[in-house]
Each structure stands twice: as structure tokens, then as C-alpha cells.
Write a protein that binds this ligand. Structure first.
Ligand SMILES: C[S@@+](CC[C@H](N)C(=O)[O-])C[C@H]1O[C@@H](n2cnc3c(N)ncnc32)[C@H](O)[C@@H]1O
Length: 477
């Protein structure tokens, strides 16, 4: 069926639906109402004056918004003239409604602060055109909130090959629903940055995407990322894309997608297994501490692009992602501050930034993939800084092995970068020698986790002793 025919069917379907849409007995369309609260939640977090609702129907969402946020301006657009007639007849203050096509928006560039689109996207024969238009008419730093259908690929295949064609047969204009991966690809191809992209229950897709502050300059470039960070990102993204991922890191997938680079050289087997193992072990160690101290202040020191907060949040901790100013500037292109999760510029060797943090609660510091690039002297400076800045605390740290330092240039991923490991230890007690206020609580080789997953991982862990691999150590002071 060609694109124009889908649109004819949509107009036919929704011309009929328009007169019953708000009756409370609108059949299948009643479930559209379930999407209004999550959209409202997103808008509560957004700063907007001008909002566009694409595929607005009879304007129920604009009606709701106009009562919640009365002083803003609203525009509703819909392909079906009858929907627009019904919406306009409501005479909503500060709102106007226009007939138009989501794939060819009749608005100037950068006209809206926020665009919402609910239950309409699966009617668009050219979804990329819609995303491109949204990226064009959003102002820099503006947001798209999209709700629609999604499902795991096999279920989606069934929906797209049975339910949608059947709907077409009875005169409905449904075209296709997409996986979150496909939606991410549309989004990044248009220049928008996905901020939240989730498959939620009841087959709901929830996307919040942001237009970069100045269209090209703000986009993440390959050179923005230190290569060592790229290794971890590449591995987390490739694991997330597997059918049974052991860890999920949607943010890593999004960053890697948006860069559009070949990451295969950063994802060799042993490093892959090592990063998966350490991600699991760090999350477990942090969760155990957070269970003991549910109101803790947590610091991800040298956070890079890591998103541990999402993995371990208990709804109460206060989290700070800390890194050098240039890294935080780049991180801000793909992350936003969230409630209880704040990005902060700070140096692991100098403690001025800690003055901004609450000091009345237990402190848990995590440092993953950081200390291996510090010399022994820098490591000592960092440990002194932590103990001087916080009276008591916990440190969950990656301990680089001496073996890794000696074989830096043979390391299967690091050899492909310009980085080298600077210093390592055979035991966490060497940290205690550097900073006697520390007490070593536990220490475990990544081998312990690696051997659980694959035969090759098991062989590696068994053949080479625990000191060949890096370790996770927990210290208290
Ligand atoms: C199920 S209704 C959703 C209405 C409203 N957004 C809601 O959630 O209640 C889908 C709407 O998308 C509109 N639509 C379909 N294709 C469109 C297109 N290409 N451009 C704009 N609107 C379109 C239909 O006319 C219809 O009003």
C-alpha cells in the first residue's frame, strides 16, 4: 500500500472517531487516555512556553495541559479535518488547532519548546520524515515526548504482519510499530538525542528526546570521548544489544549509536567479559552498601559516561556524577541532571568540589576504570583527598593488577588506544599503606564473576591466577 493510501485510511478512520472520541465510549481509543499522565509527568519537568501536539485528535491532551499550565501557548495539529473541527469548537484559551501532516509540519524552524505526540506515530508511513520535522521545528534544547506502541522484535513482527494489515482491511490507517532500537535510530539520524527511551508495560513506547543546544556544535563527536571510555561504552552497548543481556546500559547504546563509528576493535572477548563482570560486581557492591545506608550520598568519581545511578537507585540516595570540567561538558550533551542525581565538575586529586556536597550523611564513593590511569603518587593524593574531605566513608574501587600494568600494550582493548596503565597493586593493603585511615573491607578478583558466564571466561579465570585480573575492593574510613 502506498503512503498516500495509508493517510487516506487514517482520515477515514478518524473522521468517524472524531464525534465519539471524547464521549467516554470511544472503544479502542479509550486506552489512549492511559498515556496522558506519563506525558504530564514529563512536562512537569520541562520548561516551556510554546507546545505543539502532533496528531492531537480532538485535543484532549491540550485541554488537560491548558488547565494544568494555563499561561502557556498550545498548538494542535492533525491530519483529519473533522478532529480539528471538534478540537477548535472547545475554544480552549491560548490554543489553536490546524490541519496538517506530521511528516511535513507547516511551521517555521525552531518554533516550539516542546512537541508531544501520543498514539499517532504508528500511522506515519515515513517515520524518519516525522523525526526530521520535529528536529527542525523544535527550538535548540527543546524536547520531544513521544508515546506509542512497541514490543520485543518477535511480538512486533506479529503485530506488524497481522494486526496492522487486518486494521487496514477494516479501514484503519495503522502503518507500523517499531522496536526501541529502530526508534533510537530515527531519533539520532534526525539529530535529536534520546534522553529516555523505554519499552514500558502494556506495549508502550516512551521516548523523551532533546534537540542539542546548537544543532551541529552540540552533537557528540567521536573526539569528545576519550578512547578508554569508548572501550567501556562499546562493550556495554554491545552487551545491551544481545538477546539475553547480562547488563543493560541504554545510555551506552544511545551514545554509541549517535557516534556512528565502528566499535568492533573496542569490544574483544576478554575485555567484554571483564567489563560485564565488573559492571555486575560494582552494582552488587553498591547495592549492598546502599541497603545499609539508604540515605547515603553517593559519588561516582571519574564518572565518564557511566550511568550507575540508574542501576542502583533505591529512590532515596543522593547521587553525584563527578568528573573533570571538559568531561562533564561532554556528558551534559547526553545526560541531564535528574532528581537526586547531579553532575558536578571536580578533580579526583583536589577536593574543593566536595564542599558543595552534603556532609551529614554516610558517603559512598565509587571509582571504576579510573585509578588504573593514576600513578602511585596520584593515587595517594586521591585517597588523602577523600579521607580529608569526608570524616567517614566507603570507597568501592577498581584495583588494577600489576600484571595488567606490565602487559598494558598486550591488553586486548587498551592496545588499540593511546592509553597506558600507570600503576597497579597485588593487594588492597597497598592502598592502606598509602593512606592509613583506610581499612580494607573486602577484595575480589573479577575472575569470580567472569568464570560464571562462559567457558572461555572460566578457562581464563582458572588458568590465570586471581592477580592477573583486576579486582574490586571495598574500603572504609
Ligand atoms: C488515536 S488518535 C490520538 C489522538 C490524541 N493524540 C490522543 O492521544 O488522544 C491518532 C491521531 O493521529 C492523527 N494522524 C494520523 N496520521 C497523521 C499524520 N500523518 N499527521 C498528523 N496526524 C495524523 C489521526 O488523525 C488521529 O487524530
Amino acid at each position: 500500500m502506498d503512503n498516500a493510501r495509508y493517510k487516506e485510511l487514517s482520515i477515514k478512520e478518524f473522521t468517524k472517531a472524531a464525534d465519539v472520541y471524547d464521549s467516554g465510549h470511544a472503544g479502542i481509543y479509550e486506552m489512549c487516555k492511559d498515556d496522558y499522565p506519563p506525558i504530564l509527568d514529563e512536562l512537569n519537568k520541562a520548561d516551556f512556553e510554546n507546545l505543539l501536539d502532533v496528531g492531537c485528535g480532538t485535543g484532549p491532551m491540550i485541554e488537560l495541559l491548558a488547565s494544568e499550565f494555563p499561561s502557556r501557548h498550545y498548538t494542535g495539529l492533525d491530519l483529519t479535518p473533522r478532529m480539528i473541527e471538534v478540537a477548535s469548537a472547545k475554544d480552549i484559551e491560548n490554543a489553536c488547532f490546524v490541519v496538517g501532516d506530521a511528516e511535513d509540519l507547516p511551521f517555521d524552524d525552531a518554533s516550539f519548546d516542546v512537541i508531544i505526540c501520543a498514539n499517532s506515530f504508528h500511522h506515519y508511513p515515513n517515520p524518519q520524515a516525522f523525526f526530521n520535522e520535529v528536529a527542525r521545528v523544535l527550538r535548540p534544547d527543546g524536547k520531544l515526548v513521544l508515546r506509542d506502541y512497541t514490543a520485543p522484535a518477535p511480538i512486533l513482527w506479529l503485530m506488524n504482519h497481522t494486526e496492522m494489515p487486518l486494521a487496514n482491511l477494516v479501514g484503519h490507517g495503522d502503518v507500523r510499530a517499531y522496536t526501541t532500537g529502530e526508534v533510537r535510530a530515527f531519533c539520532t539520524a534526525s539529530g535529536l538525542v534520546p534522553v529516555t527511551l523505554e519499552a514500558q508495560k502494556k506495549f508502550r513506547l516512551h521516548l523523551v528526546a532533546r534537540k542539542p543546544a546548537s544543532s551541529e556544535g552540540e552533537r557528540l563527536q567521536f573526539g569528545d570521548i576519550q578512547e578508554t571510555a569508548l572501550v567501556t561504552l562499546a562493550i556495554r552497548a554491545s552487551e545491551t544489544a544481545r538477546s539475553n543481556p547480562r547488563i543493560r546500559d541504554e545510555k551506552a547504546s544511545e551514545i554509541i549509536d549517535s557516534l556512528g563509528v565502528d566499535i568492533s576493535k573496542y569490544d574483544p572477548f576478554l575485555s567484554h567479559e571483564g567489563v560485564v563482570a565488573r559492571t555486575i560486581m560494582f552494582a552488587d557492591a553498591l547495592r549492598a552498601l546502599i541497603e545499609r545506608y539508604p540515605n547515603a550520598v553517593c559519588i561516582n568519581l571519574g564518572c565518564g559516561f557511566d550511568d550507575k545511578f540508574t542501576q542502583v537507585d533505591n529512590g532515596r540516595i543522593e547521587w553525584f556524577d563527578v568528573d573533570l570540567p571538559d568531561q562533564i561538558a561532554v556528558r551534559r550533551k547526553v545526560f541531564e541532571d535528574r532528581p537526586r542525581c547531579t553532575m558536578l565538575e571536580g578533580d579526583a586529586l583536589e577536593g574543593a568540589w566536595t564542599e558543595q556536597l552534603p556532609k551529614d550523611r554516610p558517603v559512598i564513593v565509587t571509582m571504576e576504570g579510573v585509578l588504573e590511569y593514576f600513578t602511585k603518587e596520584q593515587t595517594a593524593t586521591c585517597l588523602h583527598m577523600l579521607c580529608d574531605s569526608f570524616e567517614h566513608g566507603w570507597l568501592v574501587a577498581e584495583m588494577n593488577s600489576m600484571f595488567m600494568v606490565r602487559h598494558s600494550r598486550q591488553h586486548d582493548a587498551i592496545k588499540n588506544t593511546n592509553a597506558t596503565f600507570k600503576w597497579g597493586t597485588d593487594s588492597g593493603e597497598e592502598f592502606v599503606e598509602l593512606e592509613p585511615r583506610l581499612q580494607l573491607i573486602s577484595e575480589e578478583s573479577y575472575n569470580v564473576e567472569m568464570r560464571k558466564h562462559t567457558l572461555r571466561g572460566k578457562l581464563f579465570a582458572t588458568t590465570f591466577g586471581k592477580n592477573v585480573n583486576n579486582r574490586l575492593a571495598v574500603f572504609a574510613w
